[in-house]
Design a protein around this ligand. Sequence first.
Ligand code: NAD
Length: 374
Amino acid sequence: MKIAFLKEGSAETRVAAIPETVKKFTALGIEVAIEQGAGEGASIADSDYDTAGATVGARDAVLKDADAILCIMGPEPGSLQGAKQGAILLGALDPTRRTDDVKAYAAAGLQALAMEWMPRITRAQSMDILSSQSNLAGYKAVVDAASLYGRAFPMMMTAAGTVSPAKLFVMGVGVAGLQAIATGRRLGAQVSATDVRSATKEQIQSLGAKPIFVEGVAGIEGEGQGGYAGETSPEYQAAQAELVSGHIAKQDIVITTALIPGRAAPRLISDAQIASMRPGSIIVDLAAEAGGNVEGCVAGEVVDRHGVKIVGAVQLARTLAADASALFARNLANFLLAFWDKEASALKLPDDDELVKAIRLTNGGQVVHDRIKP
Ligand code: NAD
């Protein structure tokens, strides 16, 4: 078997292979080929891959006869000319937005598998790219906020007077939110957090932060279906807006991460609420690409409203390319190696396996996944 890793598009800094995963593959007798310069954005030199046992070369040679192509983001279908019929394409393929590309992968005879649709179950935890990348994004959102904030995070008692601690509020306590809380605490901020799922209350407390929850109106009991939030009732939304209004006016930093699968991000902060904050405050909206939790947020930009900076954070994991690549590369390797048949020395992806079923988009020239089938 031969696995190919291509240089990603220009906006991407991460790479889907690290020397450690290359060694894991080659130890099984798998041939690994990597396009020249693929690791540049993550500070991995071609020579590092070479030392780990990969062959580094030009795209055509890397793609030729490859049985699997592993990537961070799905490559432009046109850039896969020469790929073998039936080859696996595994990565974050963004199938709901890039439907035409998925059709083109099918037409090219590729077997495309979308890592972001991996079920959030114990068996697949080590393959979960959403968690590995969101965790880094939650950390970086707080670090970015700290660098934009014109004041310090921790309380400092000095001979020249006392510096008050920053007040940081996290809205949405999934993987990114939990890491944002932990990072805010490490930097010495006073942290509070909210979510619609009642199960997160205990998690917030266990990190030493203060839970801010709507009382008396039902939100989402426990973890929510599949661990995810759903839409809350209009009554709950009104109570949440009132609660947030009272709290947000006293906050210096707000990190929003709220997402609902398959829907636009819920709007959590209005322009009037932003106006109630102290000038110099910072809001980082991690849901910017999904429409934003914050009114006036623009994805990929920093906007000033009423003296408050609103950061429309996009793909923050890319700004930590070395760590993000390492985690992503291990997620990919963990998936492939779970389906490696040692005796046959071959990869076997059974049709009836729950992970394969959940992520396989195309097979035999057709789009086969129910969520995107024509
Ligand atoms: P997500 O990115 O889908 O959403 C982020 C958070 O926003 C969630 O906590 C959600 O409840 C919250 N949210 C949605 N609407 C909101 C609103 N109106 N107000 C406030 N908050 C709102 O979440 P995620 O990080 O992908 O995590 C989703 C779930 O999956 C969590 O329960 C997590 O523990 C679970 N998970 C399980 C596994 C596993 O078992 N393998 C792995 C990772 C995550």
